[in-house]
Each structure stands twice: as C-alpha cells, then as structure tokens.
Design a protein around this ligand. Structure first.
Ligand code: SF4
Ligand code: FES
Length: 248
C-alpha cells in the first residue's frame, strides 16, 4: 500500500503546531498502525529529519499509551482495539490518513502526538486504591465471598487502561467514563467499602480540578473505548457520589 499521511507536528507545548504531509510506500496490510509509523520515522531519520514523537509501550493493548486520533476517531476506525492493535488492513492503497494527538484542555500536547495524561494519574492518586491489612494476619482473598455478578462487573470496570480515548471522543472532554470505571471497580467489591465515601468524593473533586468537562450523555466515550467500558459505570459513579454526599 502507498499512503499519504497528514500528521500533527508540534515542537513543544508552546509551539502552535500544524499538519504536515508525508508519503509512505510499500506498507503491508499485516503491519500494525504503529509499525507503519515506525517505517515513516525510519524514513525521516534517514533523511536527517526529526521523527514523529508518539507514545507507546506494550504494543498489545494493555498500557494505554498509544493515544492517537486517526481520521477523526480515537484509536482509529476499528472497534475494541487500541492504536497498537489497529491493522493497516483497515485502510486502502492510496488512502490519506489524518493523524492527530488526543485533544483536551486537561491533556496538553507535549510534542507531536504525545500528550500529558498526568491528570489521570492525579485522579487515581485521589482515591483509586484500597487499604489492606499487611500486618501478618492478612485474610486469604478466597475467604471473602463475592457474588459472580459483582466480580464480573468489577473485572469489566478494571479493564480500563487509562488511555483517555473517552476524553478525546467527548465533545465536552469529560472523563466520566474513566472515573466511573475506577470508582466502580472498588464500589462493587467488599474490599472497596472502607474508603468508598471519600474515594468517590475525592476522585470527582480531582476530576473537576483538572478541567475535564461534564457528561451530557452523548455516549461517544463508550463507542470509542477500546475496552468496551459501559456507560453503566457512569451511572454507578453518580449513585455512589449522591450517597457519599448525603453521608459526608
Ligand atoms: S474508559 Fe475506556 S477509553 Fe476511557 S480511559 Fe478507560 S479504557 Fe480508555
Ligand atoms: S502501546 Fe500499550 S496499549 Fe498500545
């Protein structure tokens, strides 16, 4: 495949940034999208040009680093996959592909396609943890019975990889799907009950302080989420928040 790439280039957070056109040739349909980007960067390095900066780590859909906006969609045109799992067979010979960073006030661009998602880390620090007795008489995990339904729903929520596609896809740059997943994974389990009240209040307060927008139930986040995190988690977070507000 021969492709035209229109890529957002931005030297630093202060640079204005612009779209730059590149051509890549002999791209195999079996390559991943990031492998195609590697081909481009090799080409740029060989010419003495600056390679395109983009985030990646695991390249198998686990770490959530490979945040790119491809042809107007977070993680590109496929469903249920991250950019690193996106295959070039989703594109046709001769296509023009637009590649941009995730755009949200709370995710400032660092360079080219790399954004700072530290806001998610700070929301996690505000309440995304549980207290466990490690004094030597720690209870065996199997000793606490949990219904299959609650365990399954908690596990589904815990599959959120913190990629930020939900924020990037939302017209309000809302982080409610991410925070809803992080609150839900503990709210559904007995181990999460000790800090439950403070957790939801603190995580939501941090989310607001970071400058994320409000949820207006558009649902774009659920559609673009590579892990299929359900809107049900936002509803659960809202219930948890209301009940915590009444208690505090
Ligand atoms: S909810 Fe989905 S889209 Fe949002 S950060 Fe988690 S995995 Fe990514
Ligand atoms: S590089 Fe880890 S999810 Fe894509």
């Amino acid at each position: 495949m021969n492709l035209t790439l229109k890529i957002w280039r931005q030297k630093s957070a202060k640079d204005k940034g612009r779209m730059v056109e590149y051509k890549v040739t002999e791209i195999s349909e079996h390559m991943s999208f990031l492998e195609m980007m590697d081909v481009l960067n090799e080409q740029l390095i060989n010419k003495g040009d600056e390679p395109v900066a983009f985030d990646h780590d695991c390249r198998e859909g686990i770490c959530g680093m490979c945040s790119m906006y491809i042809n107007g969609e977070a993680h590109g045109p496929d469903r249920g996959v991250t950019t690193c799992q996106l295959h070039m067979r989703m594109f046709k010979d001769g296509d023009t592909i637009f590649i941009e960073p995730f755009r949200a006030k709370a995710f400032p661009v660092i360079k080219d396609l790399v954004v700072n998602r530290g806001a998610f880390e700070r929301i996690q620090q505000a309440g995304g943890y549980i207290s466990v007795n490690t004094s030597g008489n720690t209870q065996d995990a199997n000793a606490t019975s949990i219904s299959k339904e609650a365990a399954d729903k908690a596990m589904d929520a815990a599959t959120c990889i913190g990629c930020g596609a939900c924020v990037a896809s939302c017209k309000n740059s809302s982080a409610m799907l991410f925070v809803g997943a992080k609150v839900s994974q503990y709210a559904l389990l007995p181990q999460g009950q000790v800090e439950a009240t403070d957790r939801v209040l603190n995580m939501v307060a941090q989310m607001d302080a970071e400058g994320f927008g409000n949820c207006t139930n558009t649902g774009a986040c659920e559609v673009e989420c590579p892990k299929g995190i359900s809107l049900e988690n936002i509803a659960r977070m809202n219930r948890e928040y209301l009940s915590a507000s009444l208690k505090s």
